[in-house]
Write a new protein. Sequence first.
Length: 837
Amino acid sequence: MDKTYSPTDIEERIYRHWEQAGLFAPNGAGPCFCIVIPPPNVTGTLHMGHAFQDTIMDALTRFHRMAGDRTLWQPGMDHAGIATQMVVERQLNAEGQSRHELGRDRFVERVWHWKEQSGGTIARQMRRLGASVDWSRDRFTMDPGMSSAVQEAFVRLHEDGLVYRGKRLVNWDPVLKTALSDLEVLSVEEDGHLWHINYPLADGSGQLTVATTRPETMLGDTAVAVHPEDERFRQLIGRRISLPLSGREIPVIADAYVDPAFGSGCVKITPAHDFNDYEIGQRHGLPLINILTADAAIGDAAPERYRGLDRFEARKRVVADLEAAGLLAQIEAHRLMIPRGDRSGAVVEPWLTDQWYVRIEPLAIPAVRAVEEGRIRFVPGNWDRTYFEWMRNIKDWCISRQLWWGHRIPAWYGPDGAVYVGRSEDEIRARHGIAPGVALIQDEDELDTWFSSALWPFSTMGWPEDTREFRSFYPTSVLVTGFDIIFFWVARMIMMGLKFTGDVPFREVYVHGLIRDNEGQKMSKSKGNVLDPLDVVDGITLDALVAKRTSGLMQPKLAPAIAKATRKQYPQGIAAYGTDALRFTFAALATQSRDLRFDLGRVEGYRNFCNKLWNASRYVLLATDGDADQGSGTLSLADRWIRSRLDAAILAVRDGFSQYRFDLAAQAVYEFTWYEFCDWYLEFSKPVLQSADSTADELRGTRRTLIVVLEALLRLLHPLMPFITEEIWLRVGPRAGSTGDSIMRQPYPAAEPGAADPRLAAEMRWVMDFILGIRRIRGELDIAPSLRLSVLLQNASDEDLAHLARNAASIRRLAGIAEARALAAGETAPQAAAALL
RNA sequence: GGGUGCUUAGCUCAGUUGGUAGAGCGUCGCCCUUACAAGGCGAAGGUCGCAGGUUCGAGACCUGCAGCACCCACCA
C-alpha cells in the first residue's frame, strides 16, 4: 500500500469494477428491501442536497445488501416540465429564437436532445459518488412505459369521477402563461399601497369610499360589499353605485366576509380577479368581468382607454385618472402578501380559465388514515403533524399546464365541444362510436410534472402491468426525502399509491434536513455560494471555482462580489478530498436538525480519518505479513478488550442505521476506529509483537485480533465509505479468511452474543488510567518522552499489584517508564510528582 | 391568524426511558517515538436562553417568558 491515502487513484477504478461485476442488482433470497430514488430533474446537475440524499440512500442500500436482503435501489430522472422547458427556452432565446417560432414538435425534439446530454451528466455524478443503483432498471418519467402509466392513472381517475374539467379562477403565471397549482405559488410580503377611492352613488345622493391594493381591477368590479351589521352603511345596502372610469352601475351588497375595521369598511368586489371576490360573487350571483389577457394586460372587457396596457401601467393610469376626477381620497403605505410563481417569480393573477382538476378529498381521507394507523411512519415522527395539517385542509389540485414539455392530457374534443377521455383516439372512437370522419382534437395541455411523480414508486415497477418487480418490491421500504417536498410529492404519492395499488407506496418516510452553506444560508446560484459535490471530491482551482460561480448569473452585476467572497473563503481553491470523505461528512451531518451546515473543515477532518484508517491498515498488514490462519492463539487483555469494543461499536452503528441516525452511526465508528483501535489497541499490540519474550501463541492471538478486527471494521464502515473500505478489504479480507471478490457482498458485522466481561473492562480501565496518569505528569512537567521514568505505587491494593504484574510490559511501553514497583511497608516516598489512580 | 422547530465549549452540533456535561473544527504547550505531521502526547474552555415547578436528583419532564428560524393561510 502507498504510504499516503490518495482517493482519486482508487475510486473510479473500484466503481467500474462493481458495475461490471453486476454487484448493484438485487441478489439472493432474503427479504426484499427497496428504495426508489427521488428522481432528480434531468435538466440540472446534482447539487449538495442530492449528494447528501444519495449518500444516505446508498448507505442504507449497502447496509441492507450486506445484511442479506434482496436489495434494489431504483434509479431514474424526472422530466420536470416547467423547469426543463424554461432552461431550453432560455437557450433558444440566447440564440435569438423563441419556442413559438420553432413550433411545438421541433421544440419538444430539442428538449429531448438536451435531456440526453444533461441526463448523462447526472448519471456520471452519481457514479462518482458511489451510488449503487441498479442501472439496468434506470427510468425516465417520459419513457413509453412511464407515460402509459400516467395516461392510465388519468383515465381511471376520470372514470371514477376524481378528475374533472372546470372553468374557475386559477393561479395564472402571466410570464410562463400557464396555470399553476396552489403549491407553486409563493406569497411574499412586499411594500405596496392602500388606495382609498370614492365611489359615487348612482343617484348622486352621496358616495362610498372603498380601499384597495389593486385599483386597476376596479375596471372589473361588479359590486361593492359592506358588512351586514355595519351601521355606517346599512342604509346603503341595495343602492346602486356608478362605477368611476367605467360608468357601469353596480350594486352595494352585504356580506359577512367584510371586516368593518379594515380599510374603509367597504370592499370593491371583482369576482373575476380575486379568489375571495369570486366566492362572494358566487354567493350573490354577481357577473364576472374578465378584464385581463393571458399576459396580464388589460383586455377588451375594459374601457378602451386602458386596453393593451400592462396591469402595472394600467394601475398608474387608473390612479392618475381617479386623482384627476377628484375621486382619490387617500393613499396609504401598506405591507401586503404578493403571490409569485415559484419558477418565474412573476406576480400570479387569479384568472378565469378552463383547467383539469383532481378531486382530492376522496383521495386524502385514506391517505390520512394510512399515517394515523401507522401503515406509514414518518421519521422523525413529528413530520406527521405537518402532513396532517396540510392534508386536512387540502384543496382540489389543478393538474393541467399550458406547456409543451410533459405528458399530454389524454382528452379529446369533438366538433360539438364534447370532451372524451381515454387511452387513445382509437379507443375513444370505438367506445363512443365516433365515425372516422368526425374530427377529434386532443387537448393541447400537459399534466403537472408532479402528477407523474406521484406514481413513481409503482410506475417504475411496471404498473399497471403485474410485474415480478412490482410484486417483489412494492410497497417500497423507505422514502428518503427533504421536508420541502412533503406536500408536492410525499402526500401525493401516498394518495395515488393507495388509490391505484390499494397499498401504501412506502412503509417509512425518512425526512432529512436541508444542506446549507457554512453560514446557514441556502445554497443558490444568485448567492454565489453553491458547491458542486464533485468539486469537493476531485478538487478545483480557485480560478475555476470563481469562473463557475460567476458565469451564467441571472444578475451579472453580482459577479464581482461573488468572486471576492469566493476568493476570500477558498484562497487555495478546494483540495481533492475524495468521495469517501464527502460521504462520511454527509453522514455525520445527518442529525435530526432541519438545517445542516456544510463545512469544508469537516470534510478535511474526515479525509484525515480516511488517512488514519489507511495507515492503520498498513500497520496491520505489515504486522500480520506471513501469518497464516491457524486458530486464534492466546488472547491478551487488550485483544479481548478490543474485540468487545468492536462489538459495542457494531451495536451502536447498527442501531444508528435502524433509526436513521447516520450521525450517531458515523460518530460511533469514528470513535471506535480512532480512539480505541488506533490510539490504544494498535499501541498495545506493539509490545507483544516486538518483544522477544512473546510466545508463538501470544503472537498469533494478537495478529489474529489485528486482522479480524480490522476486517470487521472495514465491513462496518463500508456503507458510509465504500471505496477506501473496498480497496483495503481486497488485501485484508483474504488474510482474515474471507473469500469473495468484493466487500459489497460480504455479511454486515454482527455483535457476538456473549455479554461484555465487566472484569475485563475494569482491568483495562485500570491499565489505561495508569498510563494516562504518567502521561499527564510528563505533559505538565514538560518531561521529554525519551526520559524513562520510575514509578512507585503507594497504598496499592492486591488487585492493583495483580493488574500491574499482568500488564507490566504494556505499561512500560505506553507510559514510557523504566520500572514500576510498590512502596514497601514503612518505606517513605521520595519527592515525586503524583497521580491518583 | 394557525402550525412546527430551535436556543448546550470561540464556531458547528450530539446528548434515545431524568443519575456527577461530549465530539469535530479552532486555541495553547511538548514531540518528526519506524502505521500515520492529513500525525502523537498533554492542556485550557460550558451557572446547558431566562424564571418558576415536579423530583433525593433536571441539559433532559411540566408551566410561563424572551429571542431566532421555517411552513401554511383569502383581510380588501
